[in-house]
Design a protein around this ligand. Sequence first.
Ligand code: FAD
Length: 358
Amino acid sequence: MRRRSCDLAIVGGGITGAWCLYFAAQKFPAWRIILLERSRIAGGATAHSAGVFFAVGRSDRERHLAGRSAVHYAAVRNRLTLESSEAPAYWIADSTALPALRKMSVGFTVECCQGDLEGATDSLGLRVVSDAAETLFYGGTSISMEPTAVATALIRHSALSSSASACEGVGVQQIDATAGAIDLVLSDGSVLTAGRIIVAVGPWIVNGPIANGPIESVASERDIRIKKVVALHIDQAPVSRSPAIFLYAHDAYLMPIPRRKQWLFSFRSEEWDVKVEGQGLTISQLDRNLARSILGQYFPDLVDHCFGGRVFCDAYTADLEPVVCSRDNDRLIVVGAGGGAGFRLAPGLAEEAVLRLV
Ligand SMILES: Cc1cc2nc3c(=O)[nH]c(=O)nc-3n(C[C@H](O)[C@H](O)[C@H](O)COP(=O)(O)OP(=O)(O)OC[C@H]3O[C@@H](n4cnc5c(N)ncnc54)[C@H](O)[C@@H]3O)c2cc1C
């Protein structure tokens, strides 16, 4: 049996694994670090992600992660010259929501717009209607990037600037932790002996090829489930300075994506316990009806422009807090469960995972 060894193995080449590689290569330049991806780099949830970053958080921890992520995304956007677009952010929410919106925001303040919602058509560049007693708020900037390009650039930069490397088409099938090291049994029959391991397998944390032993224990401890995630495309080109509009009561938002000449409408599909493979995740009629009913309530002109979209799944903990869990005296770290916000929180999560390494 062929054997290799390394100081650190990172399992999973999505946005979380890519950020882990980036931080670990900087922090431990002398280490031999290998990222293992069973399929293609950034081919999992990251390939389907809308790539929207907005510095908000539901809890103190999420706000901390979002704040750290804001710093790191700003740095790599320049350093790795990543393509991105920015949109001023607005919320449509109940008039009493201002304290909650202010609490969620990281590094900016939310203010109330003057006048009624229907009068906001000019500032939003879209016709807005509303029967409800809702108000328009503004504050912050929402950013959109191509997640696959970001992950690929992070990995390429790490490989060029250190002895780290990434291997595609190599899945980890089994993890055997012994006293001194961790043996990873790989899909080609070989064994990789690693001093430490970070597991960043996205939705494969449940029912994936290594969903047993320590991985299974993290998934069951945090009650992780897999939910479908859907975003529809709206085939109407945004005008210059089109805003991102968050619909607070619906956990939904509209984001202009100028480079694709379309808007993206993200909303909550409630299909739980889906299988990451084999089932063929699709945008169902139920998803379309839900999206259209929310859009129709606020932006009736956009309903007939819904055309296609993105669908995959993501891992969610019971309390919606993402995971950075250590096992085996910090030699094995499981990171992820982004709960539909894993692109936004990936740098903060990866930084926390790498800081735990000894
Ligand atoms: C339609 C859609 C829109 C989204 N929009 C946004 C958004 O706008 N903003 C946001 O913040 N989040 C968004 N998300 C969520 C975000 O995409 C995910 O949270 C994030 O991509 C998760 O990244 P990850 O690296 O943890 O997982 P993944 O990208 O799934 O990466 C895990 C990788 O691990 C590999 N792997 C699994 N098992 C093994 C193994 N045994 N051995 C080796 N490799 C293995 C997989 O092949 C995969 O490539 C969206 C998600 C979807 C589906």
